[in-house]
Design a binder for this molecule. Structure first.
Ligand code: CO
Length: 152
């Protein structure tokens, strides 16, 4: 707790200045079942299903008041979600997506702070064209964290 207070008082910007939560991503073995579950059991509004071949996933978004849930099903064996579901056959929380004011600055800040940026170390384009990057979970207390700029 003392560390949190100290960090809040400092005037130096943090290397990755997080402002908000964009989404929590949940890997599921069957996306159609998951979409029906959130619609019928929880009364949520769920987006149409989108296929993102570059990421090897089918996805749908559950719209919530302050954030979204990203439901992800692997498209094929090579999908990164396939391995996750081998370890977690019922599905489970896969990553968090937090927002920063400037994603390019944040990627540089992460690298400078010793937090590995996955891939080639630079932000990549998401399926809606937004810039984003993931950080190595071993450098972020065991949680896979995605960083994006908030949608305007
Ligand atoms: Co995500």
């Amino acid at each position: 707790m003392a560390d949190v207070k100290t960090a809040a008082k400092t005037s130096m910007p943090a290397p990755v200045p997080v402002k908000g939560l964009d989404h929590v991503a949940i890997a599921v073995p069957d996306l159609d079942v998951a979409v029906a579950f959130y619609r019928e059991k929880f009364g949520c509004t769920v987006s149409d299903i989108v296929e993102v071949e570059t990421q090897g996933v089918r996805m749908a978004y559950v719209k919530l008041a302050g954030a979204k849930l990203e439901l992800m099903e692997p498209l094929n064996e090579a999908s990164p979600i396939t391995k996750f579901l081998e370890r977690n056959p019922n599905g489970g929380i896969h990553h968090l997506c937090l927002t920063v004011p400037d994603v390019v600055d944040a990627a540089g800040g992460a690298a400078g702070a010793g937090i590995r940026v996955l891939g080639d170390g630079k932000p990549a384009k998401g399926y809606e064209g937004q810039d984003l990057f993931f950080m190595h979970p071993k450098d972020t207390l065991g949680t896979l964290i995605e960083i994006e700029e908030p949608n305007q």
